[in-house]
Design a protein around this ligand. Structure first.
Ligand SMILES: Cc1cc2nc3c(=O)[nH]c(=O)nc-3n(C[C@H](O)[C@H](O)[C@H](O)COP(=O)(O)OP(=O)(O)OC[C@H]3O[C@@H](n4cnc5c(N)ncnc54)[C@H](O)[C@@H]3O)c2cc1C
Length: 374
């Protein structure tokens, strides 16, 4: 029983779970081989009202809150489907447009993002920079009623499928200030590089994007000039909590799975579960998972009250992702050789979890943020 959720959240969870079990989980291995999720699944999820759940009704959404978002994030994590990049689209890109978009932009882009016709991505990282965002180099210059964007982005989640790229740019290369410009991917001068080959999250298309003098109308700017960094950081507490929510769910799911596996697997004539080492390991995981859940739920309650401080969100991201790495490793060990086989959930979850300590701000950056308030 988790007090953070209401009845409408629980009903939404039933709907999300049914959809994910039927339409996503069985196809994950196939999508992993292809390195990309078909666009079709976006349309199906959109039809079921599972994308962009916090978008207000006047823009085609269902006007949900962070509780609905958390449900969807957890349900995807439950079947280890983080590679299906709905979360970046629904929980990061759409909220930027809701928060900072003009009425015209909201009416133009949000309904199609809700339906899955338009896939939105956020492009900040470049080959030369990731953590040090303010040093990025992608440039924008104004030419009459247009902006001209030039530069290169990398590691962009859903980059291969993207239709709309919220692009972090600089008007003045010597300044630290950023300007967010929305670039439709059918604009001349925009191109995608290859899908990047990764060690995990193999079904997620992660791409390089190139901007060669791409012209967009000035009305494609999101918010004001030079305030992009402020906009990007405003949402960061929630973005970091997303990773903690996934971690808590992933640990709980894999713990259940490992309890079942060790009860069935017999070694030296008895179930692996019966060795004291196994039960102690599982008990340790359970205790840590329970503590993580309590903390993450308290953060979720705070974010729902618009009261989640940046350092607390950083603690959730740091501890969630670090624990996920450590505990999934322990659970994998209890599977023996089968833990190393792709067909077992634990192996895939273990490798997919590695990136949680890197993206959304690395563990080291989380420690920087936390230490500023000591
Ligand atoms: C699968 C995947 C998906 C991604 N999706 C997106 C996306 O959709 N959009 C997007 O814009 N980006 C995305 N990224 C990029 C991601 O946000 C960056 O990889 C991340 O921010 C780290 O940046 P970097 O890779 O340049 O590492 P670097 O910044 O080069 O860091 C290298 C090392 O230095 C450490 N370090 C850096 N600064 C400090 C410091 N001040 N103190 C101590 N140590 C430090 C880091 O912690 C790290 O260990 C994605 C990355 C991956 C792997």
């Amino acid at each position: 029983m988790r007090s953070v959720f209401r009845e409408d959240h629980n009903m939404f969870r039933d709907q999300a779970r049914r959809f994910i079990e039927r339409e996503i989980a069985p196809y994950l291995p196939e999508w992993e081989k292809q390195g990309i999720v078909p666009k079709d699944i976006w349309l199906k999820a959109g039809e079921m009202g599972l994308l962009c759940s916090t978008v207000p009704e006047e823009y085609g959404g269902s006007g949900g809150d962070f509780g609905h978002s958390a449900v969807m994030i957890e349900e995807l994590a439950r079947v280890n489907a983080t590679a299906v990049g709905f979360t970046t689209h629904s929980e990061i890109v759409a909220p930027y447009i809701v928060a900072y978009g003009s009425e015209e932009q909201k009416l133009k882009w949000l309904p199609k993002m809700v339906s899955g016709e338009t896939i939105g991505v956020i492009a900040m990282s470049e080959p030369g920079i990731g953590s040090d965002l303010r040093s990025m180099r992608t440039q924008v210059r104004r030419d009459g009623d247009e902006y001209v964007v030039s530069g290169q982005k990398t590691f962009i989640t859903n980059g291969g499928n993207a239709d709309l790229v919220v692009t972090a740019t600089k008007l003045d290369p010597t300044s630290k200030e950023l300007t967010l410009v929305c670039v439709e991917t059918d604009r001349q001068g925009f191109s995608r590089g290859r899908l990047l080959e990764k060690i995990g999250l193999k079904g997620q298309d992660t791409a390089e994007l190139f901007f060669d003098e791409v012209r967009v109308p000035v009305s494609n700017r999101l918010g004001e000039e030079n305030l992009g960094f402020k906009y990007l950081t405003h949402q960061l507490a929630w973005e970091r909590l997303i990773i903690a929510l996934r971690a808590a769910q992933s640990i709980e799911t894999l713990l259940e799975e490992t309890i079942e596996y060790t009860r069935e697997r017999k070694v030296f004539g008895k179930p692996v579960f019966d060795f004291q080492n196994t039960r102690f390991k599982l008990a340790e995981v359970k205790a840590q998972a329970t503590m993580l859940r309590a903390f993450v739920d308290s953060c979720l309650e705070r974010v729902m009250r618009s009261d989640l401080p940046a350092d607390v969100a950083a603690m959730a991201k740091l501890m969630g992702s670090e624990l996920q790495g450590k505990l999934l490793d322990e659970l994998l060990q209890l599977h023996g050789g089968y833990g190393f086989m792709s067909e077992y959930k634990i192996g895939r979850a273990w490798v997919d979890a590695r990136v949680a300590r890197i993206y959304g701000g690395t563990s080291e950056i989380m420690k920087e943020i936390i230490s500023r308030n000591l």
